[in-house]
Design a binder for this molecule. Sequence first.
Ligand SMILES: [Zn+2]
Length: 435
Amino acid sequence: MWIGIDDTDSKKGMCTTYLVGDILKELWKYGLELTRYPRLIRLNPNIPWKTRGNGAVALEVGVPDKKLEKIGWMQKNIYRCTPRSTVIDFEKLKEGLQRVIQEQAELDAEGTNPGVVITQIKPPYSVYTKTVKKIVTLKETQAVLDMIGAYTLGYKNKRGLIGATAAVAWRPYIDKTYELLTYGNKSTISTEHVIKMDYCCPSTFDNYDYENRHIQITPNAPGPVIYGVRGDNEKELKKAMRMLHVPDIERWFLFETNQGTDDHLQKTKIDNIHPYESVIVTGYVASKPRAITGGHLIFSFGNTKKIDCACYEPTKNFRSIIRYLCPGDKISVYGGIRKNPFTLNIEKIQIHALVAIHRKVENPLCPRCHRHMKSIGKNNGYRCRRCGIKTGEEKAKIVPIKRQLCPIFYEVPVVARRHLAKPLKRMKNITYQKK
Ligand SMILES: [Zn+2]
């Protein structure tokens, strides 16, 4: 049996993942436990009405059998995965979950619209892919829920049901990562511990931004989360937790996630781009990147059809890479589409080919008097002032300029990374600059 939960948090506090402990405690009353890792699923990051990270939770629960891996801890209770699933009293369970939501969710907060889905049949995988890549309406979700005969709890505008359903529909078909989240009162984490952990746990990612000296594992919004470490190896995440030495952890849970997988991206053509989607498009830089107010960079990009690419101030030093792009460079841009203004916000780029650029260092010499000739005007050639002899543009001394970029991948720094964006460190068979 699957339980999906979404949108219990607000901009000011809470976190949907925090409820996992309370829900598991409730499930114990029915003799139910997790049958696999709890799941934290990030959905379309470009949706304007999302609360913060747009993350939903899915739990597969059943009657305990043989004990498996320890996946979490709360108030002296160890939580484990168990391997078998069974049938129980749905109505009673629904009441129990209702109690948890009413106690814990930020129901009064504007924009918080919790949704809970309880189902024995998993929705099709396509429900997940559509919710992570595009916009899904509540009507579409409701049709899926009716089809699979799910029990639902929808609060306020019930939009949380969309994410809850998509979270249950996710399967780690193509890629997956893990995140170990710890909760409790705010503690300070020492930078040294984070850096040491980052070195000793190579399968983890996005821990620390060395260029901007920023600890990325702690949340930048208020809530019960102390920190979350992401990685490819679940065992190493427990090692990371030990290495961080944070006292007074009230609870922790290890989630299987779609974070850092690029699941939100779709390869497409510029003519086929829609607002709020995330895309991979290949084309040519059409204008020199220019700075606008606020320190953002904008350049035109495409083939016959063009779109403005934006590289915002929070992407920090990534802008110094973008600034080096020249018209004619062939690149692939990975990023999200904003509606107003219609722009592509860059998450990473792959440079396929760089154009050769030249600079004139000396005007041509007059063949008769051997003095420097003067330019007649842009692209009009040169003329000697004394002798009146004319020559073409090509006679000037031109040197190639060394390009500051290479035909490799470049990404925004850790501090600006989106939950779903796959760090270059996780990409197979690519070249990038290791920092
Ligand atoms: Zn001359």
